[in-house]
Design a protein. Structure first.
Length: 110
């Protein structure tokens, strides 16, 4: 998963809130956001992702109810700014984190 062709997609959900997702060139979603009332707020959150993505201390790995591993990218104030997909193992989540680190800084916004 390289950075070429990586992109943040900002979109409106059915609930009227704005979300973003970080996709790599293959189309795989590697990070998703919470809902924001304004498109501009979602775009500001993308800048926060870029500011925090390279800092290993900003990643928190957890297990979901199904026992799969996922991670949150958190700002230095401990607020979640992005969530990775679920992985079968902690090693898979670690690879997902590395993909976000590589992709976030250079990803375009669409």
């Amino acid at each position: 998963m390289g950075t070429a062709g990586s992109r943040f997609e900002v979109f409106a959900g059915k609930n009227g809130k704005f979300y973003f997702r970080l996709k790599v060139q293959s189309g795989e979603i590697i990070l998703s956001s919470q809902g924001y009332a304004l498109r501009s707020s979602a775009r500001r959150a993308i800048q926060s992702i870029r500011d925090h993505a390279s800092d290993a201390a900003c990643y928190v790995t957890k297990k979901n109810k199904a026992g799969k591993t996922f991670f949150n990218l958190v700002a230095r104030n401990s607020k979640v700014i992005g969530t990775g997909q679920s992985y079968a193992s902690p090693q898979g989540a670690k690879k997902g984190i590395e993909a976000v680190k590589r992709a976030a800084a250079k990803a375009s916004i669409v």
